[in-house]
Design a protein. Structure first.
Length: 46
């Protein structure tokens, strides 16, 4: 799976396989959770 190619295809309206879409959704969710945890950790240290 090429991440940038898949994202470009999604935004341009091309058909993308369900597997690629699912993997991208998991990556986005993991990134969101990771950023929130890092933000909370930084906030708690101050």
């Amino acid at each position: 799976m090429e991440i940038f190619g898949t994202i470009t295809a999604l935004f341009s309206g091309e058909r993308v396989s369900h597997t690629d879409t699912f993997i991208l959704a998991i990556l986005a969710l993991a990134l969101y959770i990771g950023i929130r945890k890092i933000g909370k950790r930084i906030k708690d240290n101050k």
